[in-house]
Design a protein around this ligand. Structure first.
Ligand code: SF4
Ligand code: SF4
Ligand code: FES
Length: 212
């Protein structure tokens, strides 16, 4: 076992364990969207989980750090806040913000993160460029709103883990999108309705349809 410090609190943790999950399991909130527990090679794509580690020149992503004995970690330094809050604003600049009608309202990771980092959901330093893609309601249980997707990749990962592989990333750069093979509507794709994607989606992009 290793002894590390997070915000000056001593924590006992397994040497080599993941820093993000160790912090979360010990009650220290680090904003994150793309992290998946026990994944060997985290995507580290959301750029929200910055922390400062003593001895490192610049903030690093907690989701790709392993615990080392004696590690000293700070979560909310000005350097962390600058990088993390900028990443959050950029992410929100592509997000269709309509919380009042969103199925995820009050259970949304974006709302939790905004509240934790004391940021507004609506970006004020960058221009908002929201996509206007059709919402896919073709599946009997699932509603997919690509305009709210934050490209965290969780749904793609669990869909592949479940053996279905129905969901994947399509296109590149600002056009990147989660979709089915050949962009087929979800209701016509080879989906086994396990609903694992809905369970892991941190925002209001993949949600259950209201039961009738
Ligand atoms: S996904 Fe979250 S932030 Fe976005 S509209 Fe829904 S509740 Fe609001
Ligand atoms: S649909 Fe949800 S889980 Fe999938 S990439 Fe988008 S935000 Fe993440
Ligand atoms: S959780 Fe670390 S970059 Fe997304």
């Amino acid at each position: 076992m290793s002894i590390i410090k997070i915000n000056r609190n001593e924590i006992t943790a397994r040497e080599g364990a993941n820093l993000l999950w160790t912090a979360l399991d010990n009650g220290f909130f680090i904003p994150n969207l793309c992290a998946i527990r026990n994944v060997k090679r985290p995507a580290a794509s959301c750029r929200l989980c910055y922390v400062e580690i003593e001895g490192e020149k610049a903030p690093v992503s907690a989701c790709v750090q392993s615990i080392r004995d004696g590690m000293t970690v700070q979560l909310d330094t000005p350097g962390v806040a600058r990088l993390r809050n900028t990443a959050f604003e950029l992410l929100m600049s592509h997000h269709r913000l309509e919380c009042h009608i969103c199925p995820k309202h009050k259970q949304c990771a974006l709302q939790d993160i905004a509240s934790h980092i004391k940021a507004k959901l609506k970006p004020h330093r960058v221009r908002k460029i929201v996509r206007d893609l059709p919402v896919d309601s073709s599946h009997p249980r699932i509603r997919y709103d690509p305009n709210k997707c934050v490209l965290c990749g969780r749904c793609v990962y669990v869909c592949q883990e479940q053996g279905s592989g129905t969901l994947d990333f399509s296109f590149r750069s600002i056009d990147t999108l989660v979709s089915t093979f050949a962009g087929m509507p979800l209701g016509e794709a080879d989906c086994n309705s396990c609903l694992a994607c809905v369970a892991v989606c941190p925002v209001g992009s993949l949600t259950l349809k209201p039961s009738v």
